[in-house]
Design a protein around this ligand. Structure first.
Ligand code: B12
Length: 223
């Protein structure tokens, strides 16, 4: 099995590191943390570690949850394992730029606790030269309002992973309109589509973190 396949497998199994005793049969064996460290020290491409190792592992976890093979605890271990790998990739995804292209306020909408995708978008935006103000998860409309009042030129990014919480994006946009706030807004998250973005009046949508950077530049008219 290749190192990238091993990373993927350990995300699927939710095995964080050697000292983690979940799942019991992998106790004492290298987990996502050690395997990602290895991949980095072997100079494997960071994009491949991210996409072929970590993200594709998480896709399988989603499928297993959908078909009833996994429940929330399994998903949670996988999320922790994935985060431990992302933490190690962070310095490679963020190339420290001196001047910033602009500010992006980002948050996961109210009722939604998913933050892996949002964190990845934040990292890629920082790597792309933006200053990122990450509000966190479960963010109600008022918090987005306060944040744009503090950063009037910022682009606003909203993330939602649940079909029920994506409707909160519409609420934030409606609140902005009712208060005369004109900051540009872009949205993303697994259930979100370009069409949905248009329907709720968002200015943009991106399906993944690298296209989020391109979309942010486009919305802020940065060549
Ligand atoms: C990990 C996970 C969890 C973890 C989250 C941990 C964490 N800290 O994030 C935990 C265990 C907590 C969890 C809980 C739940 N989850 Co969950 N979860 C997932 C899972 C497996 C992976 C999500 C993920 O991290 N993907 C990897 C990242 C990299 O991808 P991403 O988030 O899509 O982000 C990318 C793009 O979408 C985009 N993007 C994301 N945000 C933004 C923002 C902007 C501005 C832009 C431009 C782009 C962008 O760029 C990102 C990077 O490329 C998904 C399945 C799936 N495949 O999506 C289910 C999934 C999202 N969960 C689901 C469900 C049902 C739940 C629960 C309701 C389960 C329950 N019964 O309790 C709870 C809800 C909790 C809550 N209130 O939020 C369902 C949602 C179904 C639906 N359509 O609504 C899914 C789809 C699983 C399934 N197949 O059924 N979950």
């Amino acid at each position: 099995m290749s190192l990238l396949d091993e990373i993927k497998e350990n995300v699927i199994r939710g095995h964080i590191n050697k000292s983690s005793n979940y799942p019991p049969d992998l106790n004492g064996k290298p987990g996502v943390e050690e395997l990602v460290e290895d991949a980095i020290s072997q100079n494997l491409d960071v994009g491949e570690i991210l996409h072929i190792g970590l993200i594709s592992g998480m896709e399988v976890v989603g499928e297993k949850f959908s078909n009833g093979e996994y429940f929330v605890p399994e998903m949670l271990f996988s999320a922790k394992a994935m985060k431990s790998g992302l933490k190690l990739l962070r310095p490679y995804l963020i190339d420290h730029k001196i001047s910033t292209l602009g500010t992006v306020i980002i948050g996961t909408v109210e009722g939604d606790m998913h933050d892996i995708g949002k964190n990845l978008v934040s990292m890629m935006l920082e790597g792309g030269g933006f200053e990122v103000i990450d509000l966190g998860v479960n963010i109600p409309s008022e918090k987005f309002v306060t944040a744009v009042q503090e950063h009037p030129d910022a682009l606003v990014g909203m993330s939602a992973l649940l079909t029920i919480t994506m409707e909160k994006m519409r609420d934030v946009i409606d609140t902005f309109h009712s208060k005369g706030i004109e900051n540009k807004i872009f949205i993303g998250g697994a259930p979100v589509t370009e069409r949905y973005a248009e329907e709720i009046g968002a200015d943009g949508y991106a399906p993944d973190a690298s296209r989020a950077v391109r979309k942010a530049k486009e919305l802020l008219s940065i060549a």
